[in-house]
Design a protein around this ligand. Structure first.
Ligand SMILES: *Cc1c(COP(=O)(O)O)cnc(C)c1O
Ligand SMILES: [Zn+2]
Length: 404
């Protein structure tokens, strides 16, 4: 079975990536992807990769992409890495879209699916983002990367950095799930355990990065993690034969998945690959103990306030303020979506329910999407015939210490 990296002659020259430039999501200023950039120094907003979409429209065949070997890199024209030699591949992407008929029957939803991201390397969808970011860092000649993390991003970065031969330094809260600490060390990363949460870790990693020249892979503080995550949107479009589902329920921490999928839908539309103009309503799920997006969404605010005393067992959702808060809120509203908070008790009950009824042992963040769905059904926000996607963003096996 062929796998990545494919031999060079598998690619037509110059057509590996159709990346053209980086654009500031705040002020629109343009930056070159040939240099190392982080975020916009003028307005402190995330930079987003731009592609030659008219070129893709005429030259890239969406059905040819389906015939390539499985994995995220089969979408290489729409990913930011130019030389296939730099694709750092561990098997990420092409996760299973599972119908969940028992659960669907119980909820009265015949078209309910789980996109199960737990089959990614390192057991979560963080692999997608870090695959793209580490590959691009490698292409730009970066040889040491640093990250503050709630856990899974650190584990993923450690694995991809190991594969790429890049040095890795990780700052994570000292109460991060043990699996994240061990997987990072196992891959040779240096791990610093921080007395605090991800925002405290981010402060310390930021200082270290500036002092010692580490490249910072914090969520949205570099342009490429979101590019890996957006491929979830491409996979969904393909799975539904180039139309899109009606509702996507997604657990939101830093927001890369949500912003990434919405970016994918914009790109798909610009390339003329979608059968119709119907877009999914995006649902952002957070924990009651840390719900900055929900609070801002409900109050009509354009930005999130920093959430003090953030606490939840869904460690990936323990993000008091995302660097991309403005983008998250904008995309949620553009989709006619909603933000919703669920309790840790509901998350745990849904972990059991998903596993008992469907055999999927979800991460607490993934279980949170089911807890949100139950609320939305009760509120009649969902029409029974709609096609609904729950994102299980990771494997429950990474959180065993919480079951004690
Ligand atoms: C990081 C993480 C999230 C939050 O993802 P974002 O795309 O950053 O909002 C959700 N679930 C799991 C398992 C995570 O590791
Ligand atoms: Zn800017």
């Amino acid at each position: 079975m062929p796998t990545y990296p494919l031999p060079k002659n598998a690619f037509k020259s110059q057509e590996t990536s159709l990346l053209t430039e980086l654009e500031c999501s705040g002020c629109g200023k343009i930056y070159s992807d040939k240099e190392i950039h982080t975020f916009c120094p003028d307005c402190q907003s995330p930079l987003l990769a731009q592609y030659d979409l008219p070129g893709a429209r005429s030259r890239v065949d969406r059905d040819a992409i389906r015939r390539r070997p499985d994995g995220m890199w089969r979408w290489h024209e729409l990913l930011p890495v130019r030389d296939p030699e730099n694709f750092v591949f561990l098997g990420e992407g092409d996760t299973t879209l599972l119908p969940v008929p028992s659960l669907g029957t119980q909820l009265g939803l015949p078209n309910l699916y789980v996109k199960d991201e737990s089959s990614n390397p390192t057991g979560t969808f963080k692999a997608r983002g870090l695959a793209a970011a580490v590959s691009k860092a490698k292409e730009l000649g970066v040889n040491k990367v640093i990250i503050p993390t709630a856990g899974n991003a650190g584990g993923a970065m450690a694995a991809y950095a190991a594969r790429a031969g890049i040095q890795a330094l990780i700052y994570m809260p000292k109460d991060t799930p043990r699996a994240n600490i061990e997987e990072s060390k196992m891959a040779g990363a240096e791990v610093v355990l921080v007395d605090g949460i991800i925002s405290d870790a981010a402060g310390m990693a930021g200082v270290k990065a500036r002092e010692e020249g580490w490249f910072d892979l914090s969520t949205f503080k570099e342009p490429y993690r979101v590019e890996g995550k957006k491929i979830m949107g491409y996979e969904l479009a393909e799975a539904f034969n180039w139309s899109l589902p009606d509702v996507i329920i997604y657990p939101t921490g830093g927001g890369t998945g949500l912003v990434g999928m919405w970016k994918a839908f914009n790109e798909l539309e610009a390339m003329g690959w979608l059968a119709d103009t119907k877009r999914p309503r995006m649902v952002s799920v957070q924990a009651e103990g840390c719900a900055p997006v929900v609070k801002a969404f409900e109050s009509g605010a354009l930005f999130c306030d920093f959430w003090t005393n953030a606490h939840t067992l869904a460690s990936g959702l323990r993000v008091p303020k995302s660097f991309a808060d403005e983008l998250i809120l904008k995309d949620l509203r553009a989709s006619n979506g909603i933000a919703i908070a669920v309790s840790d008790a509901a998350i745990q009950a849904c972990q059991h329910k998903l596993c008992r009824m469907e055999g999927i042992f979800p991460a607490p963040e993934g279980a949170a999407t089911l807890a949100a769905l139950e609320k939305l059904v009760e509120q009649k926000w969902i029409d029974p015939e709609e096609r609904i996607i729950l994102f299980n963003t990771g494997s429950g096996l990474k959180y065993l210490d919480q079951l004690d």
